[in-house]
Design a protein around this ligand. Structure first.
Ligand code: NAP
Ligand code: MG
Length: 402
């Protein structure tokens, strides 16, 4: 077979530990034999981030803005233990945080659904994609521990000095206070990212808050979504045969549990944090969860939702066999290649991505899988493969499909 050619490079962000090992195996076995792979390579491995004073992370975000599509390997977010382990100059920030701040995006997480790995919720037949607003609310709060009786007020001082003042509570004893905020600009870009992603993936979009109780704060989210939908997206949603609707978060939770899946659920920051953990655990495994950062300017960064699988890496370093699941990392690559194909009108690249995903799913459905899946599968007589054997088994399925 002739290798598929690419016209525009995609940004490749290499990472750390076990996922860095898988990264190379995936490229060698599943990509390079079939594609004349064009990437702009950035080594986000912790050693190189340290050497470059983290400049490499900034550069990779800049390149992503330029080329429009990136694929990222999991990376270590340094903590005190990593400072010693890697002899770091500084406790560098989370690369994901840096990239998200640079691209101003919304993160969409979706499970990879496979027969034999059944969600705990029996009626979920299709994936549920969670869209989490990643700015503000309780994540940027100001809190006071109220020592005793007194009046708490909410005060806004405009640039010209005029004030808006509301009494929060007249305390008769000790208590607590919290101030939170969001901006119309951030909410609007969150809304646009959700509408664009719904159009892109042809799925309905649900959005839910607690606007019946929070009549100004949450209501503002609801209004901004509705206005942007009505003025910019309604016609395109109608043409695509998909739907946007707003509902109260209690109602959304109840409906999600009864739904078949196949839609996007947009949540405010805290709701998204909690609900994405619930949805991903209910679907079975973090190793089967993809994640894509979509910026309002239409830039896409694909990755696995899990980390660098440190415990497996230490086993690997000791020369012991590992059985680490590479599915989410493979799907990060196929997501990025498909998007590159769409943007460049490269049909062969898009078809390749589809077939590699099919081959991955078929391998698992044929009972060949890594240990983490073998522990939760409903299939009988499964073969547990090591990290490398699993990737080779996917290559075999892929060759059969071709
Ligand atoms: P983790 O790498 O997600 O792994 C936690 C545990 O989940 C593993 O020990 C393993 O369980 C299981 N697991 C996760 N992915 C798996 C896979 N692909 N195949 C099989 N099992 C898998 O989280 P962590 O150990 O808390 O974090 C390790 C490092 O990753 C940290 O330095 C953290 O900063 C970083 N991290 C990076 C990202 C990112 O780049 N997006 C996200 C999260 C964490 P068993 O050990 O029981 O087999
Ligand atoms: Mg969480």
């Amino acid at each position: 077979m002739e290798k598929i050619t690419m016209t525009t490079p995609l940004v490749e962000m290499d990472g750390d530990e076990m996922t860095r090992i898988l990264w190379k195996m995936i490229k060698d076995e599943l990509l390079l034999p079939y594609i004349d792979l064009k990437t702009e390579y950035f080594d986000l491995g912790l050693e190189h981030r340290n050497e470059t004073d983290d400049q490499v992370t900034m550069d990779s975000a800049e390149a992503t803005r330029k080329y429009g599509v990136a694929v990222k390997c999991a990376t270590i977010t340094p903590n005190a233990a990593r400072m010693t382990e890697y002899n770091l100059k500084e406790m560098w920030k989370s690369p994901n945080g840096t990239i998200r701040a640079a691209l101003d995006g919304t993160v969409f997480r979706a499970p990879i659904v496979v027969k034999g790995i059944e969600p705990c919720v029996r009626n979920w037949e299709k994936p549920i994609t969670l869209a989490r607003h990643a700015y503000g609310d309780v994540y940027k709060n100001t809190e006071i521990k109220v020592p005793g009786p007194g009046r708490a007020e909410l005060v806004f001082t405009a640039e010209d000095g005029t004030q808006i003042r509301e009494t929060i509570h007249n305390f008769t004893g000790s208590g607590i206070l919290q101030g939170i905020h969001n901006t119309d600009e951030s909410i609007a870009s969150f809304a646009r990212a959700c509408f664009n992603f719904a159009l892109d993936t042809k799925q309905d979009l649900w959005f839910a808050t607690k606007d019946t109780i929070s009549k100004k704060y949450d209501h503002n989210f609801k209004d901004i979504f509705q206005e942007i939908y009505d003025t910019e997206y309604k016609d395109r949603f109608d043409a695509a045969g998909i739907e946007y609707f707003y509902t109260l978060i209690d109602d959304a939770v109840a409906r999600v549990m009864k739904a078949k899946g196949g839609f996007i659920w947009a949540c405010k920051n805290y709701d998204g944090d909690v609900m994405s953990d619930m949805v991903s655990s209910a679907f079975g495994s973090l190793a089967m969860m993809t994640s894509v950062l979509v910026s309002p300017s239409g830039v896409y960064e694909y990755e696995a939702a899990h980390g660098t699988v440190q415990r497996h890496y230490y086993k690997h370093l000791k020369g012991e066999e590992t059985s680490t699941n590479s599915v989410a990392t493979i799907f990060a690559w196929t997501g990025a290649l498909r998007k590159r194909g769409e943007l460049d009108d490269n049909k062969a690249l898009m078809a390749f991505a589809d077939k590699l995903e099919q081959a991955t799913v078929r391998t698992i459905e044929a009972g060949k899988m890594t240990k983490d899946l073998a522990l939760i599968t409903s299939l009988q007589d499964v073969t547990v493969l090591n990290s490398e054997e699993f990737i080779k088994a996917i290559r075999e399925s892929f060759e059969q499909i071709m």
